[in-house]
Design a binder for this molecule. Structure first.
Ligand code: DC
Length: 233
């Protein structure tokens, strides 16, 4: 299939980007790419090797030895592989979230992962989420969304999400992690989190998942002139 359009979704941690993008991908029959998972995989590798995640030289030295792959399972779920090992579950641990944010601030890490992300959007219609998709990775995306919600609302949702996956979480700790990452992701020099000038702003603080999904579908239909075709629509 040749690419007709790309949808970029950027926003802070826990705004609901991945759940919404995943459901949209199913509804519109396109591929969902979770770029945070790629940074998390690098963060996990640095964590396992016990190196200082803020030391750009130390982290960049391990990059050539990392084989990072993204595959889709039979349910269409994205899975991450690090040197052949399925690390999809491990990269979701709270301590790895912090590692991911740390390594993602390093320009050499961002440069290393850029082409991998662009390649995915070259041949497929994608909905790709991250922090710099509309600004750096796919500046020519046909639709850019900036999805946000208050830190409190995002922490509440993250706790619920982790608990559903069987991971016990402490609200205060989750909120602290979110604030740490918001601060670091927004204030770093390399590709900081910010809305592209031509992004459509969607704030989900006051609306639940179904209402956010309906709103997102409405924006996609209106801006791209495409209709949902698949399941979950
Ligand atoms: O979306 P997430 O929480 O899984 O992302 C993990 C970290 O990776 C997050 O703190 C910021 C970083 N990230 C990034 O810098 N650029 C992206 N395109 C995606 C994620």
């Amino acid at each position: 299939m040749s690419r007709q359009y790309a949808i970029a979704i950027d926003g802070p941690s826990g705004a609901g980007k991945s759940s919404l993008a995943q459901r949209c991908a199913k509804a519109f029959g396109i591929i969902y790419v979770d770029t945070g998972a790629i940074y998390r995989t690098v963060g996990l590798a640095a964590y396992r090797q016990g190196i200082d995640r803020k030391d750009e030289e130390a982290v960049s030295q391990i990059l050539p030895g990392l084989q990072i792959e993204m595959r889709y399972d039979d349910n269409g779920e994205q899975r991450m592989y690090l040197n052949g090992e399925d690390v999809s579950r491990e990269i979701r641990m709270p301590e790895i979230s912090i590692c991911a944010s740390d390594v993602s601030a390093l320009p050499k890490v961002r440069a290393f992962l850029l082409e991998m992300q662009r390649q995915l959007a070259r041949e497929n219609n994608v909905i790709m989420d991250g922090r710099d998709i509309g600004t750096v990775v796919l500046p020519d995306a046909e639709l850019k969304i900036f999805l946000t919600a208050s830190a409190q609302a995002r922490a509440e949702r993250r706790v619920k999400q982790l608990e559903e996956k069987g991971v016990k979480a402490d609200f205060a700790e989750v909120l602290r992690d979110i604030q740490y990452r918001d601060d670091q992701d927004s204030n770093r020099a390399a590709a900081p989190l910010r809305a592209a000038e031509d992004a459509v702003l969607l704030d989900t603080t006051e609306i639940d998942f179904d209402a956010s999904f309906a709103k997102l579908c409405e924006i996609i239909e209106e801006r791209l002139g495409v209709l949902p075709t698949g399941e979950a629509s």
